[in-house]
Ligand binder design. Structure first.
Ligand code: GLN
Length: 205
């Protein structure tokens, strides 16, 4: 049986994640309804705009069911706005923005500043680039958040290697919740999606 991975399809770069997951060997399905959420083995929360996504989770009656599934241990991967949604605390957001509280981190939205809306860099990523012969991971940041506090159970997988933001945390994992500040779905490099699909398969068997 192939693993069914949902992509929260309320807003953001849903298609790119669906394609990357399929290429990584998963059965990828868009999730807009509660019944679709109940049917998946894992969920990707894409990049987009976290305050809009927060509002749409309410409009589509998905907020409470999603919080409940995450509490029960649904594996999840959040990219950029998705990382913001999964966090336990968000800095620089709207007071009414809701989040999912599935990852013990404090995230700062738009942390890299207006003058660097978008940038790209090569990263070391624990579990991916530390394999023999592996290339660094090319990471694309678009109005990205960073993690200012990571709780004791959170494993830091990647930090910014140089420049003014050197050392900032941009990828983490806590149990079966994975998050990156950057967008692997736009690079054609499947390794982060593969990491998530492997994570899911390990948890299911
Ligand atoms: N800045 C956006 C937010 O706050 C995230 C950007 C992205 O997902 N590319 O939600």
């Amino acid at each position: 049986m192939s693993t069914a991975v949902g992509v929260l399809a309320l807003q953001g770069d849903v298609r790119e994640h669906l394609a990357a997951l399929e290429a990584a060997g998963a059965h990828a399905v868009p999730v807009r309804r509660r019944s679709e959420l109940e049917a998946v083995d894992g969920l990707v929360i894409p990049g987009g705009e976290s305050t809009t996504m927060s509002r749409l989770l309410g409009v589509f009656d998905l907020y409470e069911p999603l919080v409940a599934r995450l509490r029960e241990g649904l594996p999840a991967y959040g990219s950029c706005a998705g990382m913001i949604m999964l966090a336990s605390e968000i800095l620089d957001t709207r007071p009414d923005a809701r989040h999912l509280d599935a990852l013990d981190v404090t995230v700062r939205r738009n942390a890299f500043g207006r003058q660097v809306d978008s940038f790209e860099t090569d990263l070391d990523f624990t579990g991916i680039t530390d394999r023999p012969g592996a290339d660094p991971l090319h990471a694309v940041f678009i109005r990205a958040p960073w993690i200012e506090r990571a709780g004791p159970g959170v494993q830091v997988l990647a930090t910014v290697p140089g420049g003014p933001a050197a050392g900032r945390i941009v990828a983490v994992r806590e149990g079966n919740v994975l998050a990156t500040s950057f967008h692997p779905e736009v690079t054609g490099d499947l390794r982060v999606h593969q990491y998530f699909v492997d994570m899911l398969k390990e948890g299911i068997c």
